[in-house]
Design a protein around this ligand. Sequence first.
Ligand SMILES: [Fe+2]
Ligand SMILES: [Fe+2]
Length: 371
Amino acid sequence: MSKIGIMGGTFDPIHFGHLNIATAAKSEYHLDKVIFLTSGNPPHKRDKQILDAKIRHIMVKRAIAGMDGFEASDYEVNRPAYSYSVNTLKHFKEVMPDDELFFIIGGDSLRDFHKWYMPEEILKLCTLLVYNRCGGRHTSDFSKPISGSTIDISSTEIRKKLENGEDVSAFVPHSVLEFIKRNNIYRKKLRMEEQLKTLLTPERYAHSLGVMETAVELAKIHGADTEKAKLAGLLHDNAKNLDNIYERAHDLEVDLDEFEMKSPPLVHAKLGAETAKIEFGITDPEILEAIKWHTIGKPDMTLLEKIIFVADLTEPGRNFPDAEPLRKLSRENLDMAVAECIRSTIEVNKKRGNPIHPNAFAILDEMNKKE
Ligand SMILES: [Fe+2]
Ligand SMILES: [Fe+2]
């Protein structure tokens, strides 16, 4: 039987305060390991902007890399909705039925513990270990204190300092700080259009506006969410003019296939889904997926994915010979327009001697089966 500590948090970003608490809990309660559990994306709230869970989780992994007895779990990262602690603890109990669980929480959370979902059930599953922030003293008869642990810095303060260009190397591990700087995270951002202009050439920006307009028009015709179409259209090419795309993709753990590894022009789509989180605070999976698949497409695309895929080729700035008939078709039959876009892309690439991504044929196969 092992003793396992579980420390949940938003980790936006993770800092030495978190690491100190985990270290103290580990030594005071002889834990075999502490699992850092990054919280998932909260339901969309406009007032409180939290960095996308996957990016926060990458920072956690970087912070604990090489540290003995620390692990990072993406259990909540990959869950769309808010997760109750009791369900998360049940999951870990199922995965590690013979182990003893310790749930590490802050004193401020302990104060509201009776309001949590199923508190009695939580106490049956684990021992609560409590740390206090800034000299607070919250204790109870149903929890145990972590003594050597007060944190006098918060993620909020760190984000503010980073926005103001202040030095935070005393609070954030070096590897995390380097990641933050390389990827432009927590830097003050401009209004969406202005921010996009800083990333794109004027031509690419004009094309983006065109795709946005066309996507909104197609969304109205085919019954998709126009707000999502607007954002996905505007931002679909946000990574198009970035340098060092393969380094960036590796850094942000973008899952590139063999084909994309050899074709630089394709990388901006999947990379753009990650940079849209950082540069524009997008966390909506539908928008992110539409950005991700706008270049190569895939079988079983959603309505929004099809719209962005087609709008990319039919926006007003495109003037290849068949652009106009394709525009007409896109309003009448979106699936047929997708197929036409693929056929014309295959033609163009064949003429240029470029290889063709296998997804193109998979989509055409899918269409043929439907007919
Ligand atoms: Fe693109
Ligand atoms: Fe584009």
